[in-house]
Ligand binder design. Structure first.
Ligand code: F6P
Length: 364
């Protein structure tokens, strides 16, 4: 069954990453090919909540400027997790109740004449927006993105491949100073409670140590590994630490709402320094979410977007596109939202690969 779609909206929600603009471009181009109009909603759902609304009609001309090759999102985003507090362009703040948000969203999509919304975001964003779409009686298709690579139900998501490339490149750079100065260089890597980014970039970047939240480690294990390395004549080392690990005393350096972490690398720089190593800590931070999307992310974003438009064209609603078993598929959104985020499997091939290469990834 096809549905009579004339206008759709597209928005990005949650933390930005590389590949979002590629996805916006691909949604736009494939919808225009079907003769539909496309409205880019600004700053996640905020664009539909404020009055006057924040949006732009998207055309191919909008991509004359090389947005699609840039990181970030040309539509803006929001990852506050609290849609109730809106900051207007003049800086004033407006607080809306649940009912008011639903009403504004419904009025907004009807005013624009949208019959569907493509939401490029994480599972948290999709859960929130799907409630509004259901209430407004419009279709929704989700496209997953996250550099953490832990989105439920999909093997990968937009942004991860580029972030991994950025970390690998940083490790290659840190390695030169590590070699010149006979140092232990630590790279603290994003990922929240998941260690995919840290583990995969550690293998690709030839690290000696990779600490991830999913596997327990000991401080002694790290020291032993570093000493072995130095004893074998390698006078420098690279350590990759996922931001979400706790220090050996069971503490996060800082944590916001138990979800956003940072600073744990300082603990190791200080303690390993006291134990005689020449150490520097580097928090890679938000550069991991930036940069030109690599081909892998451009392909994934393009395939996801095309699938999303095909689904809408076939009259499908409340679906999320996923990448499973090497190909693009789709699944019921409510089913996906019931699944847990995907951690690193401590018994996976990748963990085994790391161990077999002599990388200390924690205790077995
Ligand atoms: O979820 C993506 C992510 O980049 C995490 O890896 C990181 O912990 C968090 O977002 C940072 O969020 P913020 O941009 O709000 O500091």
């Amino acid at each position: 069954m096809t549905q009579d779609i004339k206008k759709i909206g597209v928005l990005t929600s949650g933390g930005d990453c590389s590949g979002l603009n590629t996805a916006i471009r691909a949604v736009t181009f494939s919808a225009l090919t079907k003769g539909w109009e496309v409205y880019g909603i600004h700053n996640a759902t905020d664009g539909l909540f404020v009055r006057p609304m924040w949006y732009q009609k998207l055309t191919m001309a909008d991509f004359e400027f090389p947005y699609a090759t840039l990181g970030g999102t040309m539509l803006g985003t929001n990852n506050s997790g609290n849609p109730h507090v809106l900051t207007r362009e003049d800086g004033s703040v407006e607080e809306l109740t649940d009912d008011e948000l639903v009403q504004r969203f419904t009025d907004g999509v009807h005013e624009l004449g949208l019959s569907a919304l493509v939401v490029i975001g994480g599972d948290g964003s999709m859960a929130i927006v799907s409630k509004y779409c259901k209430a407004a009686g419009i279709s929704m298709i989700g496209i997953p993105k996250t550099i953490d690579n832990d989105a439920p139900g999909t093997d990968t998501a937009i942004g991860f491949a580029t972030a991994r490339e950025v970390v690998m490149d940083a490790l290659d750079k840190l390695d030169t100073t590590a070699t010149s100065h006979h140092r232990v260089m630590i790279a603290e890597v994003m990922g929240r409670s998941a260690g995919h980014l840290a583990l995969q970039s550690a293998i690709a970047g030839f690290a000696d140590v990779a600490l991830i939240p999913e596997i327990e480690y000991t401080y002694e294990g790290i020291v032993e590994r570093l000493k072995q390395s130095f004893a074998a004549g390698r006078k420098h080392a690279l350590m990759v630490i996922a931001e979400g690990i706790k220090n050996p005393e069971g503490k996060h350096a800082f944590s916001v709402n138990g979800r956003t972490f940072g600073g744990v690398s300082s603990y190791f720089a200080e303690r390993l320094g006291q134990d005689g190593f020449n150490v520097r800590a580097n928090v890679l931070g938000h550069i991991q979410r930036a940069g030109t999307p690599i081909a892998e992310d451009r392909l994934l974003a393009s395939q996801f977007a095309v699938r999303a438009i095909e689904l809408l064209d076939k009259g499908q609603n409340n679906r999320v596109v996923i990448h499973k078993d090497g190909r693009v598929q789709d699944e019921d959104l409510d089913y996906i939202l019931k699944l847990a985020n995907t951690p690193v499997d401590p018994n996976s091939d990748l963990v085994n690969t790391a161990r077999s290469l002599g990388i200390y990834v924690g205790e077995k």
